[in-house]
Design a protein around this ligand. Structure first.
Ligand code: NAD
Length: 242
């Protein structure tokens, strides 16, 4: 498992990480598409779209309240902790996560960009700039923002714009190395971010499933779970840089 780019690593290297639902799978938070994933229990169009919110907001609130309860009982896993350790050695490490959980932050990572929002925050339906921390585990029907409109989950639903995508693309465009962890690369525009890496820079993917990386000649795929794979990779990176 030789990784050419590790030979060039220094403390000033710019490392970015794109993480997906598989990152948190070993923390007990199910992915959407795997067997036993969330999609099998819910129809996404009834819980994670603007149309769903208009049709039955209380069902949508219940779905995310359940997810939030599950999150509060979950803990970061070995992969989250390894990435936090990576940031301590390489200060220019940035995590771009598709996950709405806060397990990267709870493991100690500080530079985390949430592409699809944050489960532990709510926001106003009238003004998207009014975002609040959720006290406890739920948003209640009838709970309102300071402008008097209902609060909704601060998540990006299918069919909505992804406001952080440009910032994420900028980070990747300046990176020396990109790690892609636990994502099927089926969800756009997030999956398109790989194309922003400068030519010749390496991509290292860790995911047990088969991935189509044919567009990326400088990519390496470790078919491993995040807990084991990320820990091993971070150990190698820290050894190479000392
Ligand atoms: P996905 O469900 O499309 O893909 C998950 C990937 O994780 C798969 O490729 C699978 O092989 C891999 N995987 C499963 N177990 C793994 C493990 N132990 N280690 C490493 N990889 C593993 O998820 P996605 O590509 O992230 O996109 C789905 C969308 O769902 C995301 O946009 C995200 O917002 C949302 N989501 C978030 C959470 C969360 O916040 N934890 C959970 C589920 C879904």
């Amino acid at each position: 498992m030789k990784i050419p780019s590790l030979g060039n690593l220094s403390r000033n290297s710019k490392i970015s990480i794109l993480s997906g639902a598989g990152m948190s799978a070993e923390s007990g938070i199910s992915t959407f598409r795997d067997n036993g994933g969330l999609w099998e229990q819910y129809d996404i169009y009834q819980v994670a779209t603007p149309e769903a919110w208009r049709a039955d907001p209380q069902l949508v609130l219940r779905f995310y309240n359940e997810r939030r309860k599950q999150l509060l009982n979950a803990r970061p896993n070995a992969a989250h902790y390894a990435l936090s350790q990576l940031e301590q050695h390489f200060p220019h490490t940035h995590i771009i996560t598709q996950n709405i959980d806060d397990l990267h932050e709870r493991a100690g990572s500080r530079q985390v960009l949430h592409l699809h929002g944050e489960l532990r925050k709510s926001r106003s339906c009238a003004d998207e700039n009014l975002v609040y921390d959720i006290e406890g585990d739920s948003i209640a029907w009838g709970e309102k923002c300071e402008k008097g409109s209902q609060l909704r989950p601060h998540v990006v639903w299918f069919g909505e714009a992804v406001p952080m995508i440009e910032k994420a693309a900028e980070i990747i465009a300046q990176s020396d190395l990109l790690l892609v962890i636990g994502t099927s690369l089926n969800v756009y525009p997030a999956a398109g971010l790989l194309h922003h890496l400068p030519p010749g820079r390496e991509i290292i993917c860790i995911d047990p499933a088969e991935l189509d990386l044919s567009a990326f000649p400088h990519s390496i795929h470790w078919r491993m779970k995040a807990g084991e794979g990320v820990k091993l990779l971070v150990e190698k990176m820290l050894q190479s840089a000392t």
